[in-house]
Design a binder for this molecule. Structure first.
Ligand code: CAA
Length: 281
C-alpha cells in the first residue's frame, strides 16, 4: 500500500492525513470546502514545524512529509488509491453520497474505511458494490497523540481487508484492535455513557463540574475529566453517540443528558465553538 485518500478535512481528517504522511504514505485530502483542505494543510505544516522546533524531527523530514500531502479537487482524483479513509460529518446520508460516488470512481482494489464513531459499518458497506472491502477505522482525538485505532468489521468485511488495515495501523505507529460492528464499538460503548453520566450528575447537583473533573483525574487517573473530554470531543458528537447507543441497544438508559442537548441548542459545543462546559475564549 502506498497511498491513502482522506475525505473530510476537519479535526479528525487532518489528524489522519498527518499520521498517514508521517507513516510515509502519499496522501490526498478531499473536502467539499476547498478552504478546509487548505486549512488542514496549514495545520499539518504548523504541527511539523513545532516538531522541528522541538528537535523531534529535522527540517528534511518535515519537507519529506509536506511533499507527501496534496489536496484533491474531485473524488475522482482518488481513482487508483489503495485506501480511502472517510472522516466527514456523522450523517449516514452524507456518508452514503460519499461512498456511492467513491465506489463509482475507484478501481476494484481500493479499500474504503470510515472513521465513524456511531454509524453502522455494515450499512456503509451496503452503499457500495464492494462491502468486503469496507471497514471502520476509528481514530481518537487528538489523532497524532492517541495510540489506538479501532478496526471495525462489518457483516461482509473480509479478513483480507481487516489484515490490510492492521498493517496500516502499525505503520502509523498505532495499536489496532478489532471490534465487530456494534454500537459504540469498544471505547465509546464505555466512555460515552460515563461522560453522559457525569453530565447527569451535574444536573442532579452531585458536585460542581470542576470537582467531578478533578475527582476523575485524581481518583481514576484519567488524563482529562469527563467535562474536559466532552469539550474536546464536542457536544454534537456526544449527542450523536448517545443517540446511536440508545437506538441500537434499545435502552433509554443511554439517552443523552438534557443539559447536553440544551448546550447544543446554544451552540456551546466545546472547544470547536470556543465555549462548552468551559470557556476557551
Ligand atoms: N494535535 C497534535 N498534538 C497534540 C495535540 C493535538 N491536538 N494536543 C496535544 N498534542 C501533543 C503536544 O504537542 C504534546 O507533544 P510533545 O510531547 O511532543 O510535546 C503532547 O501531545 C502532550 O500535550 P500537552 O502536554 O499539551 O497536554 P497533555 O499532556 O495534557 O495531553 C492530551 C493532552 C493528549 C489531549 C491528554 O489530555 C489526553 O490524553 N486526553 C484524553 C484524550 C481522549 O480521551 N481522547 C479520546 C476522546 S474519544 C474519541 O476521540 C472517540 C470519539 O469517537 C469521540
Amino acid at each position: 500500500m502506498i497511498n491513502i485518500g482522506v475525505i473530510g478535512a476537519g479535526a479528525m481528517g487532518s489528524g489522519i492525513a498527518q499520521v498517514a504522511a508521517e507513516a510515509g504514505y502519499g496522501v490526498l485530502i478531499f473536502d467539499v470546502d476547498p478552504n478546509a483542505s487548505e486549512k488542514a494543510l496549514g495545520k499539518l505544516q504548523k504541527n511539523w514545524q513545532k516538531a522541528v522546533d522541538k528537535e523531534k524531527i529535522n527540517p528534511e523530514e518535515m519537507q519529506k512529509r509536506v511533499a507527501l500531502v496534496r489536496v484533491a479537487s474531485d473524488l475522482a482524483d482518488l481513482k487508483d488509491f489503495d485506501l480511502v479513509i472517510e472522516a466527514v460529518a456523522e450523517n449516514q446520508e452524507v456518508k452514503k453520497s460519499v461512498f456511492s460516488r467513491l465506489d463509482e470512481v475507484c478501481t476494484e482494489k481500493t479499500i474504503f474505511a470510515s472513521n465513524t464513531s456511531s454509524l453502522s459499518i455494515t450499512e456503509i458497506g451496503s452503499f457500495t458494490n464492494r462491502p468486503d472491502k469496507v471497514a471502520g477505522m476509528h481514530f481518537f482525538n487528538p489523532v497524532p497523540v492517541m495510540k489506538l485505532i479501532e478496526i471495525i468489521k462489518g457483516l461482509a468485511t473480509s479478513e483480507e481487508t481487516i489484515d490490510a488495515l492492521k498493517v496500516v495501523a502499525a505503520k502509523m505507529k498505532k495499536v489496532g484492535v478489532v471490534a465487530n460492528d456494534t454500537p459504540g464499538f469498544i471505547v465509546n460503548r464505555l466512555l460515552v455513557p460515563l461522560c453522559n453520566e457525569a453530565i447527569k450528575m451535574l444536573e442532579a447537583g452531585v458536585a460542581s463540574l470542576e470537582d467531578i473533573d478533578t475527582a476523575m483525574k485524581l481518583g481514576a487517573n484519567w488524563p482529562m475529566g469527563p467535562f474536559e473530554l466532552s469539550d474536546l470531543v464536542g457536544l454534537d458528537v456526544h449527542i450523536g453517540a448517545t443517540a446511536g447507543l440508545e437506538r441500537e441497544l434499545n435502552d433509554s438508559h443511554y439517552a443523552c443528558a438534557r443539559l447536553a442537548r440544551q448546550m447544543y441548542r446554544a451552540n456551546r459545543l466545546g472547544r470547536k465553538t470556543g465555549k462548552g462546559f468551559y470557556d476557551y475564549n
